[in-house]
Design a protein around this ligand. Structure first.
Ligand SMILES: O=P(O)(O)OP(=O)(O)OP(=O)(O)OC[C@H]1O[C@@H](n2cnc3c(O)ncnc32)[C@H](O)[C@@H]1O
Length: 486
């Protein structure tokens, strides 16, 4: 059968092609792998393709948790560290349009697990990085490097992420547009990050300009505001390494931080094979010890306090281990293990008085292990389950004794996992920095919101399309209705 309008098919094809190109070019992607001590995570971020550097534009599109342990655990077989990343990288290929692969930056940052490995065995750490790099280069993305993050960077980028996602760096929303307002120190939120091997505290304080203990200062100029951030990363004070610090002891340990009835035979090597505790290894022949639970919150607090050194401080004030810390200021976001642990314990509400929080944790610690297991063992890995009493007590002790929060300032902490669908952590801040997404100066004119931008682009695309059709129509050969005399 003959078609009535033979030209509508090419036009449909053109519309589809223009539509697909428009959709694809609207979005840009970036990938960051967080190679932590306990595991590796891959994050895909996306943002509008047009370059206006406004805040709040970048969002997390996808998260993939790499199976198995962190890359620092593959010292005996470094190639496996590389292989472990393949399935998440394949997921990344599926989640990003193929056309965009070559221009999608791919970063890997390794944190405290690799910091410890480097201290312990620097050539083993080089081998792991080589294996990881080989895998990353085998994917069609724009590989930008795999490197060890300094603790200070981890803290500072975590702070940038939280404040960026919270729209605290510069702008307030008014009538659909974002205007620069008087922000700076008073609106910034501090960041508390508890990892497996290290923990970071980062905040701005009017009483800190970097002159006392300059090693703790990171200066930024973001959107026209100067920030001098106080940040410190405590290596060995992530929750897994802190447990090792607390565990160092004799052959049979009655551990008040584990539930009564908990009774496990453990290998000394598993506890002491870390530079955080290797010098405390007892000189005994036995290879194993019995780890017994005592289930006593108050005693657990005492054990945990003993892993902090409060005796020496050569500055005007310190947190612990002789590390300078200015007075706490403003709100804090506490993420990673802070959230995982307090969320399990149902203690994320910081408007609840600290005394009540402690009483609830104390009751939980006193619950017999058989009862805890019977209730949760189908939903929660046993390792986590066994450690929540320790971890909760560690969190409160670190905050109150270590960082000097008080029962009054405890409510300034908010336990967070995500902000606007993006995970809180250093990865987003790292990528924003490396892609120059946060300018030093504020944009001159109020930029469009994402919705306005998409509307403008859509209207322009429709207009262009209409013009295109009109031109096509005017050029299309037509039957002359006028009678012709040949
Ligand atoms: O920053 P580093 O120190 O390198 O460590 P990481 O990157 O591996 O640390 P994460 O923030 O991923 O996790 C922090 C800790 O929380 C643990 N964790 C993860 N999910 C958890 C859960 O659901 N319950 C309890 N603990 C959890 C994990 O094993 C780590 O010990």
């Amino acid at each position: 059968m003959k078609e009535k309008n033979p030209w509508h098919r090419p036009v449909t094809i053109i519309i589809t092609v223009i539509g697909v190109i428009a959709i694809v070019t609207l979005v840009t992607y970036g990938i960051v792998l967080d190679a932590g001590s306990s595991h590796t995570s891959l994050y895909i971020y996306q943002w509008p393709a047009e370059k206006d550097n406004n805040t709040g534009r970048v969002e997390q599109k996808h998260h993939c948790q790499v199976a198995g342990k962190g890359i620092s655990s593959y010292t005996a077989t470094p190639y496996k560290a590389g292989e472990s990343l393949i399935s998440c990288l394949k997921e990344a290929k599926e989640n990003i349009p193929q056309k965009m692969h070559p221009e999608t930056p791919l970063y890997l940052g390794a944190t405290a697990g690799m910091r410890l490995l480097k201290l312990e065995n620097s050539s083993a750490s080089d081998e792991v990085f080589k294996a990881v790099e080989k895998t990353l280069r085998g994917f069609p993305f724009s590989y930008q490097g795999a490197r060890l993050l300094a603790g200070q960077e981890e803290g500072a980028f975590g702070w940038v992420t939280v404040n960026y996602l919270d729209d605290r760096l510069t702008q307030v929303s008014m009538g659909g547009f974002k205007y620069t307002s008087v922000h700076g120190n008073e609106s910034a939120k501090g960041a508390l990050d508890l990892g497996g091997a290290s923990t970071q505290i980062s905040f701005v304080s009017d009483e800190y300009n970097g002159s006392e203990s300059p090693d703790n200062a990171v200066s930024f100029r973001l959107y026209g505001y100067d920030y001098t951030l106080y940040t410190h990363s405590f290596l060995c004070y992530g929750k897994d390494q802190a447990l090792r610090l607390a565990l160092s002891g004799p052959t049979a340990i009655m551990d008040p931080c584990f539930h009564k009835g908990y009774n496990e035979t453990k290998h000394y090597a598993a506890v002491y094979d870390s530079p955080c505790v290797s010098d405390q290894k007892p000189q005994i022949v036995s290879e194993t010890f019995i780890h017994l639970g005592g289930g006593n919150f108050t005693q657990c607090q005492e054990v945990i306090k003993s892993v902090f050194n409060f005796t020496s401080c050569r500055y005007s004030r310190c947190s612990f281990n002789g590390i300078f810390q200015p007075p706490l200021q403003g709100q804090f976001g506490a993420f990673s293990a802070y959230f995982f642990v307090m969320n399990f314990l149902n203690l994320t509400d910081t408007s609840v008085p600290l005394k009540t929080v402690m009483q609830k944790l104390s009751d939980y610690c006193a619950t017999p292990w058989t009862q805890v297991c019977a209730y949760f063992k189908h939903d929660i890995p046993l390792k986590y389950l066994a450690e929540y009493c320790f971890s909760g007590t560690y969190i409160l002790t670190l905050m109150m004794e270590g960082y000097n929060f008080t029962s009054e300032t405890y409510s300034s902490i908010k336990y967070i996992q995500k902000i606007k669908n993006s995970d809180a952590g250093w990865t987003l801040g790292y990528m924003l920095n490396l892609t120059n997404m946060i300018p030093a100066e504020a944009p001159d004119s109020p930029p469009l919101t994402y919705t306005s931008y998409v509307s403008v682009v859509t209207v322009m695309a429709i207009l262009l399309f209409v013009i295109f059709i009109l031109i096509l129509y005017s050029l299309w050969p037509k039957c002359n209705t006028e009678p012709k005399i040949i």
